[in-house]
Write a protein that binds this ligand. Structure first.
Ligand code: ADP
Ligand code: MG
Length: 298
């Protein structure tokens, strides 16, 4: 069944996370090839519909990150082409990508969210949105692209901010992320950036952040964050594997959800493969399972 099936690994694209996606895609493609799949690596461009129509893969492995690849756009195209694809479908992808919309759903199933609101750049320029420190982020990017933590005394520059942003209360504390596979949480990992916050450099440069797996939390807290991640995955209607990011405010013993990633990274430094490995699921097992789990709406 596996051997010889033709898998198109979709990677690259033109989002802000293009480079990360190329690394994820290469790692996935290598593993799928070693298992025995026939693999086509596709650097996704605007002609992707024509490319897929020509090569006619059995399954599209979606290794894209960021806009167009993670927000329902490519998923919609794959639905129309009737090519089964990995990870979440159109609606779950679109909703998860829009942080303010996703927060409404998370709050509805009892997951604590950082207080926040959506403001235009003009509104932000006119007045301080809340007491500092606060966080300003794009509504729909990933990899910490465009995320700014505004501390008291900072002179922050909004010149390259998008026209609308999400402003959130800064949650002091620890960085905890949970992988969910097939609807069940696999485990929680803690990330400790060596300096500053968990920004783009800390995410993708070896040695800039320490990963602690499993996250050293009291058993009750560990179970609670796993439960929150499962609820987030379910309320969004996700498929495949997701990774949900939290801040753990230790003094208050409370987790605040930041977001659910429907296309979590598959690079050698990525967290979902590390969490899965701790559960005894190798990278090869993970990508093979994702291929088996691929689908289209029936
Ligand atoms: N409300 C917040 N309080 C504290 N830190 C935050 C907050 N929001 C984001 N951050 C920091 O920014 C990082 C990226 O934010 P996140 O919302 O996960 O967006 P992205 O999609 O870019 O990963 C987080 O991992 C965390 O370190
Ligand atoms: Mg994140």
């Amino acid at each position: 069944m596996t051997k010889g099936r033709h898998i198109a690994v979709l990677m690259g694209g033109w989002s802000a996370e293009r480079e990360v996606s190329l690394v994820s895609g290469k790692a996935v493609s290598k593993a799928l090839g070693e298992i025995g799949f026939r693999v086509s690596e596709i650097d996704v461009q605007r002609d992707i519909a024509a490319v897929l129509a020509r090569i006619k893969p059995d399954v599209a492995f979606n290794a894209l990150h960021g806009r167009w690849g993670e927000d329902g756009a490519i998923q919609g195209l794959l639905e129309i082409l009737n090519i089964p694809y990995t990870h979440s479908g159109v609606l779950a992808s679109a909703v998860a990508m829009d942080k303010p919309v996703a927060k409404h759903l998370f709050a509805g199933v009892g997951i604590p969210c950082a207080e926040g609101r959506v403001l235009s750049r003009d509104e932000l320029l006119q007045e301080e949105p809340m007491a500092r420190p606060f966080v300003v982020k794009p509504l729909n990017e990933g990899s910490s692209v465009g995320v700014h933590i505004v501390q008291p005394g900072d002179n922050w520059d909004l010149s390259d901010a998008p026209s609308r942003v999400l402003v959130e209360r800064y949650i002091p504390g620890r960085e905890i992320q949970v992988a969910v596979m097939d609807g069940r949480a696999l485990g929680a990992i803690e990330i400790r950036p060596k300096s500053g916050f968990y920004d783009y450099a800390a995410k993708y440069t070896a040695g800039l952040a320490v990963h602690v797996m499993p996250a050293p939390l009291a058993a009750k807290a560990y179970d609670r964050v796993l439960d929150y991640a499962e609820r987030a995955h379910h309320v969004l209607g996700c498929r495949g594997v997701t990774r949900t990011d939290f801040r753990y405010h230790e003094a208050a013993d409370e987790f605040y959800i930041l977001e659910t990633n429907t296309q979590p990274g598959m690079t050698p430094l990525s967290l979902v493969p590390e969490i899965a490995a701790h559960k005894g699921i190798s990278f090869a097992d993970l990508v093979a399972w994702l291929v088996d789990d691929a689908g289209v709406q029936r």
